[in-house]
Ligand binder design. Structure first.
Ligand code: IPM
Ligand code: MG
Length: 356
């Protein structure tokens, strides 16, 4: 197969981790007889420096013209004082909205080799951690109107959180369908004791639940969910939730698995074109030092093969190669442990490429 991939190297460690991931994809192409054609796209801080805005229209168009998009990470202290519309994050939000990517899938899976790195007690970890946060990605408070105005002698800021039934229904269906392919358990997380958006969310979910009698459905309030994730993560299979709650809970979920550097993600809308990125940030403190963990991005490429290109064996091969490298005791600094061998970003890439 021929596939075009828009490649956003981004800021900070982005170029390093994406560089290793492209080597892995090239090896997959060679082994399985595919051709991957890469188009470089500027987005984030680098685009602000080069073009004066985080996501120029022509760059979004390049993404829309490709079969899928691979992203490293964007942002950094250099752009922290930019006005809201010129911040790197604005580029990311623009890309998600511009591509219609309403469904963000963030797996929280404990790699057995890294169990000791989890901050949770062994007695909790040994029950297993393997769940997915399905996060609504282009609605809610992220995309409501934001304003700050003078009001009675002081500043007043307002962020609007809105959800329509169709926005809830389409992400709800992804939640149920994802659960169907796994252990058939769906937890919908909301704040229905306080928020109208959550009460509507819950009503739509209950309607959908009748269509999926084979999925064991339950509601959970977001504060309780935050607690349950650290108390007993093994109870979860699929969590579906709105944008802001999903942002927060997915960081919590990644942390308990030991290293945020290991977690990939996919963002999808209608059709097969997606955006694939690790869930960690641009780590400016170690940028350019060849220390970053490329595995979150490499596993994101595996998800791209699986979900956008229908290449299951190719995805399996990448994931298996990661397993093998970890089994050999190779670790980047973020997950280094006694008895293991410290690997640079490129050494980790070398090992994974070799095992495909
Ligand atoms: C994430 C990030 C982004 C978000 C930021 C960078 C805007 O935290 O992908 O989780 O809040 O969605
Ligand atoms: Mg986040």
């Amino acid at each position: 197969m021929n596939k075009t991939i828009a490649v956003i190297r981004g800021d900070g460690i982005g170029p390093e981790i994406v560089g290793q991931t492209l080597r892995v994809l090239d090896r997959v192409a060679e082994k399985f007889g595919h051709t991957f054609i890469y188009t470089d796209v500027d987005m984030g801080g680098n685009a602000i420096d080069k073009w004066g805005e985080p996501l120029p229209a022509a760059m979004l168009q390049k993404c829309l013209d490709s079969d899928s998009v691979l992203l490293g990470a964007v942002g950094g202290p250099k752009w922290d004082n930019e006005p809201a519309h010129r911040r790197p994050e604005k580029g990311l939000l623009g890309l998600r909205a511009g591509m219609g990517l309403y469904s963000n899938n963030r797996p929280a899976k404990l790699w057995p080799q890294l169990a000791a790195a989890s901050p949770l007690k062994p007695s909790i970890v040994e029950n297993g951690i393997d769940f997915i946060v399905v996060r609504e990605l282009i609605g809610g408070v992220y995309f409501g109107n934001h304003s700050t105005e003078e009001c009675e002698g002081e500043k007043k800021a307002v962020d609007i959180m809105a959800y329509s039934e169709h926005e809830i229904e389409r992400i709800g269906r992804i939640g149920f369908e994802t659960a169907r392919k796994r252990r058939r358990k769906l937890t919908s997380v909301d704040k229905a004791n306080v928020l109208d958006t959550s009460r509507l969310w819950r009503a739509v979910m209950h309607r959908l639940a009748e269509e999926y009698p084979d999925v064991k459905y339950s509601d959970m309030l977001v504060d309780n969910a935050a607690m349950q994730i650290v108390k007993d993560p093994s109870q979860f299979d699929v969590i579906v939730t709105e944008n802001l709650f999903g942002d927060i809970l997915s960081d919590e979920a990644s942390m308990i698995t030991g290293s945020i550097g290991m977690i990939p993600s996919s963002s999808l809308g209608e059709g097969s074109r997606g955006l694939y990125e690790p869930i960690h940030g641009s780590a400016p403190d170690i940028a350019g030092q060849n220390k970053a963990n490329p595995i979150g991005t490499i596993l994101s490429a595996a998800m791209m093969c699986r979900y956008s290109f229908d290449m299951a064996s190719e995805a399996d091969a990448i994931e298996h190669a990661v397993h093998t490298a970890l089994n050999e005791g190779l670790r980047t600094g973020d997950m280094m442990a006694d008895g293991c061998r410290l690997a640079s970003c490129t050494e980790m890439g070398d090992a994974i490429v070799t095992h495909i």
